[in-house]
Design a protein around this ligand. Structure first.
Ligand code: FAD
Length: 287
């Protein structure tokens, strides 16, 4: 099923997982998938290493989620390091596996590695996928606070519109900790004529190290309420974990009350956290 069809029926609650490194056996993620699938998300998306084809577990895992667990899956595909032939092969392989959803991305630059020249931006990959396979549902990333490389939010929004005009029909947002940025972005996206479902990306922060890395990588603002929580509980693993879960739940309750299209939970392959959050918000999201 295409993810866009799920939005026609309900508010969506979905998960993101990342594949094990190629040096690990693929089976190392199976327990995580068992536990996450028991929470019955509307779909699970599987990330893809920025460097390109070495992360081919993505397709196997997306395929397993769909075939063995009966849950819709989305395969991420960053394009900066992809040649046209590689992109073509991946699209064909996904199609053979019955996977109908691709999250088309540019990806980030890998230090000391020259990108392929074929795809410079996500919109170019989106157009390519459209040309190769008209039946594929294409998702794209969006940035409530603007993409870190973008000079300003207006240019970033124009580039987002380009992705939608090229064929993206469902957007998933970067993580954020202040819902105000998401509402502001949503309003501007709708004014700009973007009519696709837009899912809010939520990352529960359960330890101090995680946030220091994530926030500097993706440029998410940290509200005072969040900083106070980190300051107060950051040195106590259990209290920080519970505070991080409560913060994410609070964000989701507010987003659902404001009738957002869906919530995409960055699970970090942690079923315990996903379970606690799912149990806390299920009836609220479905209301
Ligand atoms: P683009 O949409 O191409 O945008 C990149 C930058 O270029 C932006 O500043 C934009 O404003 C600008 N731009 C876009 N198009 C044009 C154009 N035509 N001309 C000029 N400027 C333009 N990375 C991975 O490696 N693997 C993953 O699995 C992965 N999953 C992700 C999932 C989500 C939900 C999100 C939000 C991000 C994910 N990322 C992943 C990270 C993503 O690859 C990076 O954020 C990357 O820097 C941008 O990717 P993009 O597809 O949004 O790029």
């Amino acid at each position: 099923m295409k993810t866009t069809d799920i939005f026609k029926k309900k508010r969506v609650f979905s998960f993101e997982v990342f594949p094990p490194k190629r040096t690990m056996p693929i089976e190392s993620i199976y327990n995580t998938l068992d536990e996450l699938s028991a929470l019955k998300p509307d779909f699970i998306s599987v990330t893809y290493g920025a460097g390109g084809s070495q992360s081919s577990y993505t397709i196997e895992i997306a395929s397993k989620i769909k075939k063995d667990y009966g849950i819709e899956s989305v395969a991420h595909l960053p394009c900066l390091y992809l040649s046209e032939d590689e992109a073509k092969n991946i699209i064909e392989k996904l199609s053979r596996e019955g996977i109908e959803n691709i999250l088309a991305l540019r990806g980030d630059r890998v230090p000391d590695t020259e990108p392929e020249k074929r795809f410079g931006y996500a919109n170019e990959l989106i157009s390519f996928i459209r040309g190769e396979n008209d039946n594929m549902n294409i998702l794209a990333a969006c940035y409530p606070e603007g993409h870190t490389e973008s000079a300003n939010k207006i240019d970033d929004l124009r580039n987002l519109k380009r992705k939608v005009d090229s064929g993206a029909s469902h957007l998933v947002s970067q993580l954020f900790f202040d819902n105000g940025y998401f509402y502001d972005f949503l309003e501007k996206a709708r004014i700009a004529g973007i009519e696709t479902p837009i899912e809010a990306g939520i990352m529960p922060v359960i330890n101090k190290k995680q946030i220091e890395r994530m926030a500097s990588l993706c440029g998410a603002s940290l509200p005072v309420k969040f900083l106070k929580m980190m300051d107060r509980y950051g040195d106590s693993p259990e209290a920080m974990r519970d505070a991080g879960i409560a913060y994410a739940v609070d964000q989701i309750v507010d987003l659902a009350a404001n009738r957002v299209d869906g919530i995409h939970l960055y699970t970090m392959n942690n079923p315990y956290i996903a379970k606690r959050i799912s149990e806390a918000v299920r009836s609220i999201i479905e209301h």
